[in-house]
Write a new protein. Structure first.
Length: 94
């Protein structure tokens, strides 16, 4: 496990590092986990479009991620995209 340390004051240095990581897809698994977890956080806060978008990003990086598919299904259902929710739910349970 690696730690992430950002210098400077405030959150700006950390945001800059995260932006650099998100732009680098060689960190695939870690970035997938970040998007998937952020999707869950957005779901809990009622930000369903943001949750859907993050779950989509996670799935694009790791198509076999059951958690990402399940989160996409929850978000899709919440915004009335029932066919997409069913597709994601099916992918999550297979």
């Amino acid at each position: 496990m690696q730690a992430l340390l950002a210098g400077g004051s405030g959150i700006t240095p950390m945001i800059q590092i995260l932006h650099a990581c998100l732009g680098n897809t060689s960190e695939g698994a870690r970035v997938t986990l970040l998007y998937s977890n952020r999707a869950e956080s957005a779901l809990r806060r009622g930000r369903f479009k943001a949750a859907f978008d993050d779950a989509e990003r996670a799935i694009a990086l790791a198509p076999a991620s059951d958690k990402a598919h399940a989160r996409r299904a929850k978000a899709a259902r919440a915004v009335g995209r029932y066919e997409e929710a069913a597709t994601s739910l099916s992918a999550a349970s297979s």
